[in-house]
Structure formats: structure tokens, C-alpha cells
Design a protein around this ligand. Structure first.
Ligand code: AHM
Ligand code: MG
Length: 341
């Protein structure tokens, strides 16, 4: 049986771009190598080297850094940083961007990553992942500026994620549809398993940390209460599925449809998830698959961040489900204002 590898697929897609130089294929190959190394570590966690547990450090987000967080960040930074394809790397784990010095082997791309998403799930054997995003340097000259590091989400040239789960899956888009590859552990090669992914127009599942209920505002409570009401015409009540690993929750939503939410709340007025490392790359993927991504009021890809670590609320998934969320949030916000005055 003839099977398409990830390397072949990226090369075929790049050929469709007239101005392509091969640099993007090289970058994707290096991302794939780093993903394989992390996959091996995740799958052997608990055996041999102690990769579970904490490093004792606190990251820029104020969170405890796990050993696997640090390992993934270092692995990606080293491999991508030496690939000659990028001039800067930003990461959820790094306060400041990592800039490749002008005299060194560097390329035109900016690489952004959440090297290990869902790391609170590492030691309980639940799926975790990596999310990445690729932009092109925009500013002229050698310096990497804010114009390069804080680009509008729409300017991404590629995005993807890797799920380290019951199997390791690599999903990417270079703005020519969304394609998924499964790692064959015997050959150490990613093979095309999910070509041209399309998210169902509407799902029957919602995904949110409902433990935060008391911290939500009234529109958010009303939206979730609506999803739990019985109504055969609209498949309600929706099923609740929440893993607490964005990559895993998103992957399920992409394949089966539905609505993933991480709304703002009283403790986190801008939500929890980060624009550059989580929301923007998944927004590009979901839109390429026919879905939608919003803050509840605004399309994610229309946003230009003001900081590398900006956070924002996220509503992402099937087109009709995200539209329904936006409409219901707007309607209840209006009612709340009317009632208050
Ligand atoms: P992380 O990138 O530090 O792992 O944090 C992000 C994670 C997401 O994977 C997940 O969607 C969310 O945090 C879960 O948060 P909570 O535990 O508040 O539900
Ligand atoms: Mg994350």
C-alpha cells in the first residue's frame, strides 16, 4: 500500500506555491523531528529518566514549570533555532523572544509555540500536545521588531499541533486545507491519515471548565444553561466533554464538531488562553477546516496582539455553534444592560 509521508505532503503543498524556495519544507521537517523526540519522551515517561514532576521554576505565566514543559521548550528551540529557517522563536515558556543573531544561520520565518500544552495532565497519562504557528518576517533590515512578533492572526502562513495520545497525531495547515498524520512508531514516520479535514457544520458537544461557573458573568451562564436545556430540534442538551488539554479538546472538536470555550471570568478578565500560542494557530486551523473562532464578539484572526503573551477569551469549533454562542452572548449582554438601566 502506498502511503504519503508528512515530508512528501509538505513538499507537494509547497510546490503549489510559485514563489516557494524550500525553506518552509525544511522548517516543517525540523518541527516533525522535534515532535518525534517529544513523542518518544512522553511515551516512555515513567520509565528510566524521571521526566514527571516540577523543575521548581515559575514561568512567565506564573505557572509551575514541569520537567516535560522545559524539555519540550528546549528541544523545539534547539532544533528549530539551528534549522537556518527562522529569525525568531517565541514560546509560552519564554518571557522574551529568542532572536537568532543576524550573523548566524537564520531564515525569514518567525516560529511561535506552546511547546507542551495541557501539562497539568502529564503525570496522569492524559493526552497533551504542542501547538505551533509560523509567520514571515515583515520588517526590512536585520532587526526583528514588534511588527514581526505581533502580527495579525490572519498573517500566519502555517499552523499546526501535535497530540501525544493513544497515538501521536500531527495536524497542520499551510492555508491549503487541514491535514492529519499519524506516527507509525515501528517506522518512526508520520503517514497521512486524515486528509482534507472538514469540521461538521454543527456538533452536539460543548467543552468548558464548568467548575468556573460562579466566576462567569450572566451571558456566559445563560449560554451554558441553554446548551443543557432539552430541545430535540437542536440536539440539545449537548453532551459535555472536557479534558483540560486544549490540544486534545480541540482535536476532538475538529473531528466530531461542537463548541470549545474558555471564556473570561472574574479571576481572569481576559480569559486564560494565549493569542499567539493557542488561540491564533487553532483559529487558522479551524477556519481552514470550515469552522469558526471568536472571542465571543470578534473573529480571532482579525486581532493584532499588543504583547507576546496576550490572553483572550476563546470560542472555537463548528461554524453554527460558534455563531450561536456569539448571538446568545450578545443577546444576553443586551438584556443585562437593559435590566440594569
Ligand atoms: P498550559 O498551556 O499551561 O498547559 O495551559 C493551558 C491549558 C489548556 O490546555 C487547557 O485548555 C486549559 O489550560 C485548561 O485550564 P483549566 O484547568 O483552567 O480548565
Ligand atoms: Mg497551552
Amino acid at each position: 500500500m502506498e502511503r504519503t509521508t508528512l515530508v512528501q505532503h509538505v513538499r507537494q503543498q509547497e510546490k503549489a506555491t510559485p514563489e516557494a524556495t524550500g525553506e518552509f519544507s525544511s522548517l516543517m521537517n525540523e518541527i516533525m523531528v522535534a515532535a518525534k523526540i517529544i513523542s518518544l519522551q512522553v511515551n516512555s515517561a515513567g520509565i528510566g529518566e524521571d521526566i514527571f514532576g516540577l523543575t521548581g521554576k515559575i514561568n512567565v505565566q506564573g505557572e509551575e514549570v514541569k520537567k516535560l514543559d522545559e524539555f519540550s521548550d528546549l528541544t523545539f528551540t534547539k532544533i528549530i533555532g539551528q534549522s537556518g529557517t527562522v529569525c525568531a522563536i517565541t514560546s509560552e515558556e519564554k518571557e522574551e523572544p529568542f532572536i537568532i543573531p543576524a550573523g548566524d544561520d537564520r531564515g525569514k520565518y518567525i516560529f511561535m509555540m506552546d511547546p507542551l500544552d495541557g501539562s497539568s495532565n502529564i503525570d496522569v497519562n492524559v493526552n497533551i500536545g504542542t501547538i505551533f504557528s509560523v509567520y514571515k518576517k515583515k520588517s526590512s533590515g536585520d532587526r526583528v521588531t514588534d511588527e514581526d512578533l505581533m502580527q495579525k492572526g490572519e498573517h500566519q502562513i502555517a499552523a499546526g499541533y501535535i497530540v501525544y495520545g493513544s497515538s501521536t497525531i500531527f495536524v497542520y495547515t499551510s492555508r491549503q486545507g487541514v491535514h492529519g498524520f499519524t506516527l507509525d512508531p515501528t517506522l518512526g514516520e508520520f503517514f497521512l491519515s486524515h486528509p482534507d479535514l472538514v469540521i461538521p457544520e454543527q456538533g452536539s458537544t460543548y467543552s468548558v471548565n464548568e467548575g468556573n461557573w460562579e466566576l462567569w458573568d450572566e451571558p456566559q451562564k445563560n449560554l451554558v444553561a441553554y446548551l443543557k436545556e432539552e430541545d430535540h430540534a437542536t440536539a440539545r442538551p449537548y453532551k459535555l466533554r472536557y479534558i483540560g488539554s486544549l490540544v486534545a479538546d480541540f482535536h476532538r472538536t475538529l473531528l466530531k464538531g461542537g463548541l470549545f470555550m474558555y471564556p473570561k471570568d472574574r479571576k481572569s478578565p481576559n480569559g486564560k488562553l494565549r493569542f499567539s500560542f493557542e488561540a491564533a494557530p487553532l483559529a487558522l486551523i479551524v477556519e481552514q477546516a470550515g469552522g469558526k473562532a471568536s472571542t465571543g464578539t470578534r473573529r480571532i484572526l482579525d486581532i493584532t496582539p499588543t504583547g507576546i503573551h496576550d490572553r483572550l477569551p476563546l470560542f472555537i469549533g463548528s461554524k453554527k455553534d460558534v455563531e450561536m454562542a456569539e448571538e446568545r452572548l450578545a443577546a444576553s449582554a443586551k438584556n443585562t444592560i437593559d435590566l440594569n438601566g
